[in-house]
Design a protein around this ligand. Structure first.
Ligand SMILES: [Zn+2]
Ligand SMILES: [Zn+2]
Ligand SMILES: [Zn+2]
Length: 439
């Protein structure tokens, strides 16, 4: 292992050397003299523990290469169940909080584990999210305590179950692990008083309540609209965007942002172009839209969506979306290409039809008249390159652009403009320079 991994290794070594009572190990394992910790002392694994030797070959290779950088003496520290447990618990905790797709499909989410108590989101959107945000907060705050309890078993020689006898760092950790859920419980108790009226979501809804009606009237309007199938919904589970006839909402892990459509200002803040999306292998454009309410008490929030969903979002919104940074929205790769294709054809020399010739309808769409003719203008002369097409104008510009795009590799949009495709009628190859508008 090179110098790049040094920081984390040292951190881990310090952690191990501080937290491993060496004497307790040396009673059961033969001590290896300092600097000779090249091989693992053959210490029998405790029952139920699995060894990490095969999991971390790089680490062990590094150990052999430069033993001085690793803790000497009882070299079995890396092999111990507590390190294995720590790593496994860390991975579990991160996945439990950020819930990658695998955890969702395995049902390891707070929503799924507590679905009986949470009820159905479709049946009652607001009550469901009041409970879900509280339950999520509580479950996540219990994670450090879960680690401590797990360590009681994984490192039984530390005697963590007698807090009075454990090292100070562990006692501090236990105190923190107990304080987190205590604070969370207090907060949730406060929220749930007066039938959840103090929950942040209920308070936001109360801002939209009419005089002499409470937040529950607003909540039932939200519930009703959420049940409709014509709502716009998109986004990953940790940042869902829902737009109904009256409301713009964003559902995150711990919060639900709500704003009423009639008093929001929508601003397209930025667009990020990602070359490839993992799902489709196509470039994607992600748009960030700021939703700010005219009511200063309603907190502004950002929603993010794919540019291909932008049209659908606009249909659902009543207010226009303003753009701050001249962001060009590409609703699909095809749209983007047709625009570019048309602008390139415009600068090519025009083709004048002989007066005796009538322009027929485009044979691709039958909607408009043919408007382009292929005339070889480029300098390519080699075999396999452009040839002269002798067809009369038969296609409109849009259909020719679509034909050109359809012959391209969707995985490599960067090659599109420079490629050659056969004429749809006579198969003579042409490039974009050879497409001429008909005058
Ligand atoms: Zn056409
Ligand atoms: Zn042709
Ligand atoms: Zn050409």
């Amino acid at each position: 292992m090179g110098g790049g991994g040094g920081v984390s290794n040292e951190g881990l070594e310090n952690f191990i050397s501080q937290n491993t009572p060496r004497d307790s190990i040396s009673q059961s394992a033969p001590r290896v003299p300092r600097g000779q910790g090249l091989r693992f002392p053959e210490r029998p694994a405790p029952p139920g523990a699995y060894r990490t030797r095969t999991l971390w070959p790089v680490r062990y290779a590094g150990w052999r290469a430069s033993p001085g950088r690793f803790p000497g003496g009882d070299g079995g520290a890396m092999d111990s169940p507590e390190v294995t447990f720590t790593l496994a618990y860390l991975v579990f905790a991160v996945c439990f909080v950020f819930t990658p797709t695998e955890f969702h499909s395995a049902g390891l989410t707070v929503q799924n584990l507590l679905s009986g108590w949470l009820g159905s989101e479709d049946a009652a959107f607001v009550p469901y999210h009041l409970r879900r945000t509280a339950a999520t907060l509580l479950c996540h705050s219990l994670l450090p305590l879960g680690y401590y309890v797990g360590m009681c078993f994984a490192a039984s020689e530390k005697q963590l179950y007698y807090p009075s006898q454990t090292p100070e760092t562990w006692r501090a950790f236990l105190l923190l692990a107990l304080m987190l859920p205590t604070i969370t419980c207090t907060l949730i108790y406060y929220w749930s008083r007066d039938r959840w009226a103090r929950h942040p979501l209920a308070r936001t809804l109360a801002l939209y309540a009419l005089p002499r009606s409470g937040w529950r009237a607003v909540a039932s309007s939200v519930n009703t609209e959420f049940r409709r199938i014509d709502k716009f919904a998109t986004g990953v589970p940790g940042a869902r965007v829902i737009v109904t006839d009256t409301w713009v909402m964003k559902v995150t892990t711990y919060r639900v942002h709500v704003a009423q459509q009639q008093d929001v200002h929508l601003t397209l803040m930025e667009s990020q172009q990602h070359d490839l999306s993992p799902d489709s292998h196509l470039p994607v454009q992600l748009l960030t839209i700021r939703v700010a309410s005219a009511n200063p008490a309603v907190q502004a929030f950002d929603i993010r969506l794919n540019s291909t969903e932008y049209g659908e979002l606009c249909e659902k919104l009543r207010a226009p979306i303003r753009s701050v940074a001249n962001v060009v929205i590409h609703q699909s790769l095809g749209d983007l290409f047709l625009e570019t294709f048309a602008s390139l054809v415009e600068v090519n020399p025009a083709y004048s039809v002989p007066s005796s010739q009538d322009l027929e309808a485009c044979i691709g769409c039958m909607q408009t008249r043919a408007s382009v003719k292929l005339v070889k203008h480029c300098q390519a002369a080699a075999a396999g390159e452009c040839q002269q097409c002798r067809c009369r104008p038969m296609w409109c510009l849009a259909c020719m652009g679509k034909w050109f795009a359809s012959r391209q590799d969707p995985q490599r949009p960067d090659t599109w403009l420079a490629s050659r495709v056969p004429c749809p009628t006579c198969r003579a190859r042409f490039c974009i320079l050879d497409v001429c508008a008909v005058r």
